[in-house]
Every structure is written in C-alpha cells, then in structure tokens.
Design a protein around this ligand. Structure first.
Ligand SMILES: Cc1cc2nc3c(=O)[nH]c(=O)nc-3n(C[C@H](O)[C@H](O)[C@H](O)COP(=O)(O)OP(=O)(O)OC[C@H]3O[C@@H](n4cnc5c(N)ncnc54)[C@H](O)[C@@H]3O)c2cc1C
Length: 591
C-alpha cells in the first residue's frame, strides 16, 4: 500500500471496504460490471505502454497546456513553464488510444487475458497510473493535489475540486453484491472525505485569495455517494414524481422540486414507497449535507451538486433546493420606514452568494421550464440561485433505459406481469427525458446561457442599487468551443465584459463573482487556455473539474474519461488533440 493510501486508511479505517458508486458524467453505453470498466482502462493503459515505450519511469500528475507561455491577467503576466516532454508523450498516448475505438472497445478482453497471467496485475496498474490516472486525476489524496492547484492558479485557472469515489450503477440499482455490513461505513467515510476536501480547498484559498469574491477553488459533491444505498434516492424520486401535484404548464420528467418535497422524511415511515431504512438514510443524508454546507459556509467554499441519472434527479433536486433555501438565503429586501428605505440586512460575514449550486442538464427536455421555475422559486423564497449548466453525461444510457422500460410496459399490458429488470426508469412520460437530437440539446444549452447571463446583468444592476449580495450565479461546464465562446460573447453583449483588443475581453469583477466556465481536468486544455487568454479577469474565471482518489476508487471515473473522450472529442476531436500534442513534441525536440 502506498504511503498516501495508508494515511487515508488511518483517518478512515473502513475505507478499504468502500463500495463502488453510480456512474456520473458518462456518455458511455449502459452499465457494465465495474470490473469490466477497470479492465477496459487497464488494458488501454497496457496497450499505451506498448505503444509509447518509455513511460515507466514517469510520475507526474499535471496536464498539458497547448499554448503554454506567458499570459496576462489583469495586468499580471504569469510565466507558465512548458510541460515536461514525458507529459507530452503521456498525453499523446492517452489521446491516441481514445481515438481508436477498436482498442477502447476490445481492451476489456485484452486486459482479462493479461490479468490472468500471474504477476501482471501490479504491472498493469502501474501502467494505468502513469497514463490515464496522471492525465485525468489530480492525485490520490486531497493534499497531493495542492501542487496542481498551485500550478493552475499560476495560470489564472481555478478548480472544481472533487473526491471522486463513485458507486457502480449495478450496486446502485440494487443488484450489487456488497454485504450490508460494509455499506453504512463507506458512505460516512465519504462524508468525512468531502469535509476534508473543503478544508484543503479552503486552506489553499486562505493562502491565495484576495477577498471572498475571488475564491477560485470550489468543491463538487455527488449525492449518490453519500447514502448507504443509492436506491433510497431512486425510491424517494419515485415517491416525489407520483405525489407532486401536476404542474401547469406541465414540466417533463424529472419535473421540478417543491419546498415541501422533504416533508415526507419528517413523518417516520409514512408510505409504501419508502422503506424505514430509506427514511432513516435520507434523514441522515439531510443532516450530513447540512454539516457539509456549514463547513463550506464557514470556510467560504462554493459547493456544486453534481447531476446524475434522471431517476435520481427528483430526489437530488429536492435535497439541493433544501440546501439552497437554508444556505443561499438572501437578506430581506429593504422595507419602508418613517425615515425612508432601510438598508438590507447584511449577509453573515465570511459568506458569499450563491454558496450552493445545483446542476442543470441541457439534454433534459424539462430544462427550459425547470430553469424558469427555479428562478421563480428562488425569487419567491428569497434565496440566491446557483446554476451549474452542463449538457448531461448519460444520454445513451437514458435512451436505452427508456426504450427498455417502454417495451417492458407494453409487454405487461399485452402478456405477463412486469419483470422488474427495466424498472430503473421512473418516468411517467411517453417521451424519453432527454432530447433526441444533439441540435436540440445544443439549442437548449445555448439559450440557457443567454438567459442566465441576461439575468446576471439584471442582478448586477439591482445589487448596485440595493447593495444586496448576488441573487444568481452560473457555472458553465462545457468542452464545446461554440458554447464556451458564447458565454464570453454574451458577457460582452450584456455589458459585463469589455473588449480590450486582440479579440480579448476583460470580465468585470461583478460578472466574475457570478459567472465561471469549466472543463474537466486533462481534457480540452486547448479550450481552457483559449478562455483564459480571451477572458481576462482579476481572479480565476476558468476552472478545471479536478478529481482525486486512489487508483481503485477512481477507476470508474477513468474508464468514463476514455469512453467519453470518444464522444466529447468525437468527430476527430481526439485525433486533433493528439496532433496538437504531436506538434508540441516535435517543437520540443527539433525547435
Ligand atoms: C466542469 C464540468 C462538470 C460536469 N458536471 C456534470 C454533472 O454534474 N452531471 C452530468 O451529467 N454531466 C456533467 N458534466 C459532463 C457534461 O454533462 C457533458 O457530458 C460533457 O461536458 C460533454 O458536453 P459538452 O458541452 O462538453 O460537449 P458537446 O460535445 O458539445 O456535447 C456532447 C453532449 O451532447 C449531448 N448529446 C450527444 N448526442 C446527443 C443526442 N443524440 N441527442 C441529444 N443530446 C445529445 C450529450 O449531453 C453529450 O454529452 C460535466 C462537465 C464539465 C466540463
């Protein structure tokens, strides 16, 4: 066991029993057993070692920056040292593999063959570590990632820091093989690790940030990792979908949360939809989330809640709304008095708004109405709305599950009772929850960008008049060049950023407090660098989603990175990344 692994086990002695989690951010096909994913990646790593030859001696967890060199931010010039040659070679190999679908698809078979040969397991793991792990993961422990945070900050980039333990979908849907004794311990350790993650982020910011507004390290959490069994979230989702009054206009599944959603947890074991164990686990989740939010508030670290499969979303939205209502609460607006308008009540010191962000997936058909409803609810209830906008990571899986569920329903009406194998879907709608074409998702994403930035402009103006804290914040997670550039263009159009020549803009401090853009660590670094160059700001405006965890824990995340690279960098994108790095290697070697 590595030293870092031993340190974490000393802190959380039951970590060794941690179960695997649901699969976030996957554009991959429907779930396969976790071991299959692991084999997939490890085999890919092995292949890469064969292809690349001399990676064995290399261990470095940093990423490639396409246009490395100095860049200016608010008059400051930061000299970014060029990446080591070994790092360029690693990236070249990883992206070469991602651009050969045959290798990615067959790697599980290759891996299982290699793993069957005695003594090869350690070698394969070592190879994965120096390839995919170092490309996409910041380190084993939160503390290991601090040098990466430092490096990103020197380049005026922030981070969305995340402890990347995940649950296998098969376990999450109740088909997992884990013993009940190991489950309760594992999720509590994950809560603890999330608190630790906040502390490490905050300690880093204490050394670097100038005032709360400029804090560039956020923390992401995933709710399915914080319960003993993700099925509790699915059952709560089903209960909510079945019991919420039908909205007018109708909002497609997974619907829209209501402030009373979690009242069901107050009444013990109230109905057949939820077991007593579900209610106990979900109450505990609510308490744990309050502890996480309190820590984040005390330490001044923004929290984003990741979006997951649609059948968890009603519950995730309900918990996130609950968190926003408590922790994004805005001071009451000024009221008339004999002496004129009184000042708004000050927010508690050390906090800034919004503190908590929910994730909105542009590929969901509900998103336009859901976003509008969320804005209306935040205004009515007096809390600041935090929106992380992404396209959504589970499109093929959502379509697959919907099809299977529809087929299963049809067979129930015509012949035998429902088998239950496709009951993962809880949608009452005939249409799948996601758009059917990429164009529809793109339109939804981009129109949400426009709407949110126009709201940010209104908010900046309102806050100037009233002196109140921001009532909206938006983090745009995307690798799409058009959407990322649209964010910057809209900031200019709305008067929130100024052209400073050479195609560059300067983002006002008010906008920078409310708007950020992010890409995944190890992916689309050319876009990240372009945004940092183009949109200058006094503090990080561009973030990297930066996971950490030991090799076994992050293996599902790594497997998705390989597969998602096929999708995200599709249409020759991975090949383009590879060519870009090849050209950097050529320049390094031959000038
Ligand atoms: C910082 C960050 C945080 C993220 N957090 C989350 C999260 O919490 N939850 C989550 O689910 N994902 C998350 N993701 C992943 C994200 O949802 C996308 O999967 C990924 O970013 C690809 O979309 P894109 O905008 O980058 O690129 P693009 O290549 O422009 O878009 C690809 C996306 O388009 C959509 N799409 C593809 N084909 C179709 C089709 N036929 N019909 C309809 N839509 C289609 C899918 O959503 C696909 O992922 C995150 C990504 C980033 C960068």
């Amino acid at each position: 066991m590595s030293l870092v692994g031993a340190t974490r086990l000393a802190r959380f002695p039951h970590l060794a029993t941690r179960r695997p989690l649901a699969r976030p951010f996957s554009t991959a096909a429907p779930p396969r057993p976790r071991s299959g994913y692991a084999r997939h990646l490890i085999a890919a790593g092995l292949l890469s070692s064969v292809a690349g030859g001399s990676l064995y001696a290399y261990k470095n967890s940093s990423v490639i920056y396409a246009d490395v060199g100095g860049h200016e931010a608010n008059g400051r010039v930061s000299q970014v040292p060029p990446p080591p040659l070994s790092e360029l070679v690693r990236t070249y190999i990883v992206y070469s593999l991602c651009s050969v679908p045959f290798l990615v698809d067959w790697s599980p078979t290759i891996l299982s063959t290699l793993m069957a040969i005695p003594g090869l397991k350690q070698i394969t793991e070592a190879v994965v570590r120096v390839t995919f792990f170092d490309q996409f993961v910041g380190g084993d422990e939160a503390e290991d990632v601090v040098p990466v945070l430092e490096r990103l900050r020197r380049e005026n980039k922030g981070a969305l820091f995340v402890y990347s333990v995940e649950v296998d979908e098969s376990a999450a849907s109740g088909a997992g093989k884990l013993s009940s004794s190991e489950k309760p311990l594992a999720h509590k350790q994950i809560v603890q690790e999330n608190l630790h993650c906040i502390d490490v982020a905050a300690d880093f910011e204490d050394r670097h940030a100038h005032g709360n507004a400029g804090k560039g390290t956020w923390v992401a959490i995933k709710l399915s990792a914080l319960v003993p069994d993700a099925e509790s979230l699915r059952r709560l989702s089903k209960f909510l979908v079945d019991s919420r009054p039908r909205s007018n206009p109708y909002i497609p599944f997974p619907g829209c949360p209501s402030p009373s959603d979690l009242d069901v947890l107050a009444s013990g074991h109230p109905n057949e939809a939820l077991t007593a164990a579900d209610v106990a686990a979900l109450r505990e989740l609510r308490e744990d989330l309050a502890i996480i939010c309190e820590r984040a508030q005390a330490r001044g670290i923004r929290i984003t809640v990741d979006a997951e499969h649609s059948w968890y979303q009603p519950a995730i939205d309900a918990f996130t709304m609950d968190m926003m209502r408590k922790f994004n609460k805005l001071p009451k607006a000024g009221h008339a008095s004999w002496f004129g308008w009184s000042k708004p009540v000050e927010a508690p010191s050390g906090t800034f708004q919004p503190l908590i962000y929910n994730t909105f997936q542009g590929y969901l058909r509900r998103t336009p109405e859901y976003l509008a409803q969320s804005i209306a609810a935040a205004r009515a209830e007096g809390y600041s709305l935090g929106v992380k906008l992404v396209r959504g990571a589970y499109h093929p899986h959502e379509i697959e599950i919907h099809r299977a569920s529809s087929a299963s329903r049809a067979s129930v009406t015509t012949s035998s009772p429902r088998s239950g194998t496709h009951d993962v879907s809880i949608s009452p709608d005939n249409m799948p929850p996601v758009w059917l074409t990429k164009d529809e998702t793109d339109t939804c994403y981009d129109s949400s960008v426009r709407m949110l930035i126009s709201l940010v402009r209104e908010d900046v103006e309102a806050c100037k008049r009233t002196g109140s804290p921001p009532s909206i914040g938006a983090l745009f997670g995307t690798h799409n060049w058009d959407s990322a550039n649209l964010v910057v263009d809209e900031l200019v159009k709305q008067g929130l950023a100024k052209n400073v020549g050479d195609g560059k803009v300067f983002v006002s401090d008010e906008a920078m407090q409310r708007v950020a853009v992010a890409q995944l660590y190890g992916m689309s670094d050319e876009l990240t660098n372009h945004l940092v160059e183009r949109a200058q700001a006094s503090a990080p405006f561009v973030l990297k989603y930066l996971p950490y965890g030991n090799l076994a824990e992050v293996m599902p995340y790594l497997s998705r990175r390989a597969i998602e690279n096929k999708s995200v960098l599709g249409n020759g994108g991975a090949a383009r990344e590879r060519r870009r790095v090849a050209s950097a290697i050529w320049t390094r070697l031959f000038g």
